[in-house]
Design a protein around this ligand. Structure first.
Ligand SMILES: NC(=O)c1ccc[n+]([C@@H]2O[C@H](COP(=O)([O-])OP(=O)(O)OC[C@H]3O[C@@H](n4cnc5c(N)ncnc54)[C@H](O)[C@@H]3O)[C@@H](O)[C@H]2O)c1
Length: 398
């Protein structure tokens, strides 16, 4: 079945979404476009063959030929748009972050659930081809017990004025980029594992703004795993998207955007757009092969619409957006207090009472195994800890 979409917002992400929705001979169609300014609505309508454009948000949402509303608006407008979708009983998918804070996110979550409408959270970075493959390996146990999941998104800062206004955006890079990183780490660790507390450093190091432009945070989970986010609006050199997962049996390193194996040199002749947030189009460059696909948009919309058709929830829902907002709220509190701050989750639907997994690997009836190693001189060694005395010893096996 094809989907008829009302798109709210004709800017940066609205156009990425439209390129994905209408790319590759897609069956889906953008029926209506809402933008703040008439000329942008008209231009978008002409570029993406929309039947209808408007500068009235409710008109787009209530359009009789729209099956689903896609919210691609500044953060301060997400809640109003969601409430209108509830009023008109329209399926809704919204960009990140869900809310400017957990209170907003909770109101949106409760509203869509009360209205009984389909809701999807457009966290594209858990739909990238690399993430999907890595996540499958993690779920299949290839890394053993997940101990640490780190995600980094840093770039030279966003492209529209409202991002830099703390009232409209709701925060700085923690909210804007941390929402991606938190959901990536949470997905690797297990979305049913409760995030407990956060320690975060944040500062405004470069930009003349009130919000933070650089931050690092640690998110502790109930099973003892640790999530880490590194975010910045002050990084120079393009957009750095990297993830790292460490488990008791293995490791995954993902480089999603810069230096992915496509490197190009040009003196600048004929050079144009290289990739999102690229700072140069001359010299050695790191282009991205298929940005729409590599950033996860294609797989994300496929999951959203397949779920809608099957009457089930997509992989990412408003509930996930709400949990992410709760973790980010704790990050802001920690950056201020300089203490571990609890993640306050009024609504928790995952497992409860999970305990930290045992770190004691059995060697034999008397010892735990600390390490096994083959040395460069051909000896196989084990390092052991006696279960009763606690004494550490080593044994050369061959
Ligand atoms: N990877 C991602 O998932 C990703 C990337 C970029 C942005 N986003 C999110 O998408 C949303 C929109 O961001 P964007 O980068 O497209 O912003 P943008 O400024 O490029 O576009 C915003 C659009 O909203 C519309 N609009 C309506 N009322 C407005 C108002 N009062 N002020 C400004 N614009 C108004 C306009 O049509 C405008 O084009 C934000 O929530 C942002 O966090 C997500």
């Amino acid at each position: 079945m094809s989907k008829r979409i009302a798109m709210l917002g004709s800017g940066f992400i609205g156009r990425f979404y439209a390129d994905s929705l209408l790319g590759q001979r897609s069956r889906d169609h953008i029926t209506s476009i809402y933008a703040r300014r008439e000329e942008s609505a008209k231009k978008f309508a002409s570029d993406y063959h929309c039947d209808h454009w408007t500068t009235n948000m409710e008109e787009a949402i209530s359009h009789p030929e729209a099956d689903v509303v896609c919210i691609a608006l500044p953060n301060n407008l997400h809640e109003a748009a969601v409430l209108l979708c509830c009023k008109h009983k329209k399926s809704v998918i919204t960009t990140k972050p869900l809310g400017r804070n957990s209170e907003e996110a909770k109101r949106m979550l409760l509203a869509v659930e009360e209205a009984g409408i389909f809701n999807g959270y457009l966290e594209d970075l858990v739909y990238t081809p690399k993430f999907i493959k890595a996540h499958e390996s993690v779920r299949n146990g290839a890394l053993g017990r997940i101990l640490w999941a780190k995600s980094r998104e840093t770039h030279p800062g966003p492209h529209s004025e409202w991002f830099w206004d703390i009232e409209k955006a709701g925060g700085g890079c923690i909210l804007d980029l941390g929402c991606h990183c938190v959901e990536i780490a949470r997905s690797f660790i297990g979305k049913d594992i409760r995030p407990i507390e956060v320690m975060c450093w944040a500062d405004t190091q470069v930009k003349p703004i009130e919000a933070e432009d650089h931050a690092i945070g640690l998110v502790k989970y109930e099973n003892g795993a640790i999530g880490q986010f590194e975010v910045s609006w002050t990084f120079r050199g393009g957009m750095d998207l990297r993830d790292e997962v460490m488990g008791s049996e293995g490791t995954i390193w993902l480089n999603n955007f810069l230096r992915t194996g496509f490197e190009m040199f040009t003196t600048g002749k004929g050079a144009d757009y290289i990739a999102e947030k690229a700072e140069s189009n001359t010299g050695w460059l790191f282009p991205v092969g298929d940005e729409i696909n590599d950033l996860g948009y294609n797989h994300m919309f496929t999951d959203m619409f397949n779920a809608m058709e099957r009457g089930v929830s997509p992989k990412e829902t408003f509930y996930d957006g709400y949990v992410v907002n709760c973790i980010l709220d704790a990050s802001y509190r920690s950056a201020k207090s300089k203490l571990w701050e609890p993640v306050k989750l009024d609504i928790w639907r995952g497992r409860t009472g999970v305990t930290k997994d045992s770190h004691l690997a059995e060697y034999d009836s008397e010892n735990f195994l600390i390490k096994e190693e083959m040395t460069h001189f051909g000896a196989k060694k084990v390092i052991l800890k006696n279960k009763e005395s606690g004494k550490i010893s080593e044994k050369v096996l061959s």
